[in-house]
Ligand binder design. Structure first.
Ligand code: C2E
Ligand code: MG
Ligand code: MG
Ligand code: MG
Length: 283
């Protein structure tokens, strides 16, 4: 204990750590103000069926645009939002916004919407009720919504995990789909995939081969696709950047792809234009 206290005291006066902590606090203050000032938007990236090339839905990705400044990407502020708990309010806003914007696309084109949900949100007692309310208010049917969670959410033990699992089971009973995001980047055991209430596996972009001739890289993608398929999960590949990626994934029987090859994230009107164009062209 003495050693731990000594270490704490040392850290308190470490100038670098103090600066980092001050930056974190400042970031949280800026985020709180940004929420009040409506500086967030949602961008949408298409998820396509690899066989037909048709957009079957979109992933909602939050963006922060402070006035007269460059847009800030989620990797810059989601961690601070998580730590501070602000993610609960921000995440609910994204969910409600995404459901509202995607509802008319669903009515017209049958598309789905995927929303990222953080561990903090899933541990909130009201989470399932919040999702139900967002669906009811937007008119989006539950089976048109996918909740994206990361592996880490489910491998911890304890009361929070129980609550998280209860929320997921409840929402799935309504028809909401659950996707594991960034699959393959965590350190969890594979056995949990079999037991968890999930429908979709999103293969992390780090699996996409950077060299089309590398047989080992391709074999790794095949292994993940086969694993997911044998468990009856729908497979979505992230980070599909090249025609070679798409071709490989099609050959391996991966169901869906998402990435720059098919389209970058863009504002709601761009998503609507894309859907209209796909229909006209008749792809
Ligand atoms: P994610 O959920 O895995 O989302 C995919 C990320 O990959 C997005 O980054 C997307 O822009 C990027 N991406 C898409 N296609 C490609 C590609 O072909 N190549 C490469 N290199 N990247 C591609 P983005 O928008 O910066 O979001 C980063 C992460 O922030 C997301 O990763 C997600 O974990 C988190 N995030 C975004 N929006 C939300 C949100 O509303 N709530 C929460 N809790 N997290 C969010
Ligand atoms: Mg995601
Ligand atoms: Mg992902
Ligand atoms: Mg990712």
């Amino acid at each position: 204990a003495a050693k731990a206290a000594g270490k704490d005291r040392y850290e308190l006066f470490d100038p670098r750590l103090r600066r980092e902590q001050a930056e974190r606090i400042r970031m949280v203050e800026r985020l709180r103000a940004a929420l009040d000032a409506d500086e967030f938007t949602v961008h949408y990236q298409p998820i396509v069926a690899l066989r037909s090339g048709v957009s079957i839905g979109f992933e909602a990705l939050v963006r922060w645009t402070p006035p007269e400044q460059a847009p800030v990407g989620p990797d810059q502020f989601i961690p601070a939002a998580e730590d501070s708990g602000l993610i609960v309010g921000l995440g609910e806003w994204v969910l409600r916004r995404a459901c509202a914007e995607a509802a008319p696309w669903h009515r017209r084109y049958g598309t789905t919407i995927a929303v990222n949900v953080s561990p903090r949100q899933l541990a909130e007692p009201s989470f399932a009720a919040v999702v139900r309310q967002a669906l009811a208010d937007s008119g989006l049917p539950p089976n048109a919504l996918t909740i994206e969670i990361t592996e880490g959410v489910l491998v911890r033990s304890g009361a929070q995990t129980e609550l998280t699992l209860a929320h997921l089971s409840e929402l799935r009973a309504d028809g909401v789909r659950v996707a594991i995001d960034d699959f393959g980047t965590g350190y969890s055991s594979l056995a949990y995939l079999r037991d968890l209430p999930i429908d979709i596996l999103k293969i992390d972009k780090s699996f996409m081969p950077d060299d089309p001739t590398d047989a080992q890289q391709a074999a790794l993608v095949r292994a993940v696709v086969d694993l997911a398929r044998s468990l009856g999960l729908t497979t979505v590949a992230e980070g599909v950047e090249t025609a070679h990626h798409a071709e490989l994934l099609r050959t391996l029987g991966c169901d869906r792809g998402q990435g720059w090859l098919f389209g970058r994230p863009g504002p709601a009107p761009a998503a609507a234009i894309r859907l209209a164009a796909e229909t006209t062209v008749g792809v």
